[in-house]
Write a protein that binds this ligand. Structure first.
Ligand SMILES: C[S@@+](CC[C@H](N)C(=O)[O-])C[C@H]1O[C@@H](n2cnc3c(N)ncnc32)[C@H](O)[C@@H]1O
Length: 311
């Protein structure tokens, strides 16, 4: 963590308390907050921030024109995040070049063009950062959705996780999908050409169960031992279960070296258990993120290529 650098953290929608608690636990000092924006001294990775403004600075602006000139003099692409003075912010925004935020078609890479973010912190005070942690406006990853084929909207979690990680299972790779029903994740994996072994106490939707490469088993994911299952390329879990239980399972698969890559949903209930989240983050080569489409849950991603890069 960079100790005195100023940063602005945009909390994931509805998770302002989680972000504030997380920053506090990481020793980041929050100077002020407005709506979902937290102005803080200290730059750190954050699970609950949907976007981080990496190089924010304040500029007094006496007029709309001055705000527009200030922003344009730095770069072309800016995303407004108003937290007050909404009409003034809208006028400024209308005079900046439009930022096209077309939903991604799954398989397209994440954008790479730098996208800044700004707000009017006060009537005559611009707060702007030319660099942000996410290249998506406000960190919101949107897709052209498929409303016909997947049996649940959970497929968006995998689309987002794969797009952010920049990789996904190759055709023919073996995937274990725990807590698979009704089958959104299995549908994504089978469409990629992977071989999928799906486990759930409930059955898959028939259109997914019949897909090429899908093998389904009715039962509990906790009953499957890595020694008996054998090695898999990808371990997925979207099981509705306590985070501690998931941690025990993935630790077992990691220790056995039985899965190369992991993407798992950490389902949180009631008061958020930051200690459990930190335990997942602490597993070597791990990232814990709050996907734009995650609700009160997080996504733990642990990829072989990251682990190798960590060594
Ligand atoms: C959020 S849903 C999964 C959605 C799924 N990933 C999809 O894309 O459609 C959670 C699932 O976890 C399953 N589940 C809960 N406990 C489980 C266990 N011990 N073993 C296997 N599945 C479990 C539930 O039956 C439920 O279908």
């Amino acid at each position: 963590m960079s100790s005195d650098a100023l940063a602005v953290y945009l909390a994931a929608q509805g998770f302002e308390k989680e972000l504030a608690d997380e920053l506090c636990r990481k020793g980041v000092s929050i100077k002020a907050s407005k709506e979902r924006l937290f102005l803080a001294s200290g730059l750190t990775d954050s699970v609950w921030a949907q976007n981080i403004w990496l190089e924010p600075s304040f500029t007094p602006v006496r007029s709309v024109g001055e705000a527009v000139r200030t922003l344009k003099s730095v770069q072309r692409n800016w995303k407004a995040h108003p937290v007050g003075f909404y009409r003034r912010a809208a006028v400024i925004e209308s005079q900046l070049p439009p930022v096209k935020a077309r939903p991604l078609r799954f398989g397209e890479p994440a954008p790479v063009s730098p996208l800044g973010a700004w707000t009017l912190w006060d009537h005559d005070l611009l707060l702007a950062s030319p660099k942000c942690s996410s290249a998506f406006p406000d960190g919101e990853v949107r897709f052209e959705e498929d409303r016909l084929n997947p049996p649940s909207r959970a497929y968006l979690k995998l689309w987002e996780a794969f797009t952010l990680a920049g990789c996904f299972p190759a055709a023919g790779e073996l995937c274990l999908d725990m807590g698979a029903a009704p089958g959104g994740w299995t549908w994504v994996l089978a469409r990629l050409g992977a071989s999928v072994f799906s486990i759930d106490k409930s059955p898959l939707a028939p259109n997914v169960a019949s897909m090429h490469g899908v093998d389904a088993c009715l039962g509990s994911g906790f009953g499957l031992e890595p020694e008996t299952a054998g090695r898999v390329d990808w371990f997925f879990s979207d099981m509705a279960c306590y985070p501690e239980r998931l941690l025990t399972v993935v630790q077992k698969w990691l220790d056995a070296g039985a899965a190369k890559n992991f993407v798992c949903t950490i389902k949180l209930q009631g008061e958020t258990r930051h200690d459990i989240v930190e335990a997942f983050s602490g597993l070597p080569g791990s990232k814990v993120i709050h996907l734009f489409c995650n609700k009160h849950e997080l996504t733990w991603i642990n990829l072989e290529k990251w682990r190798l890069n960590c060594l």
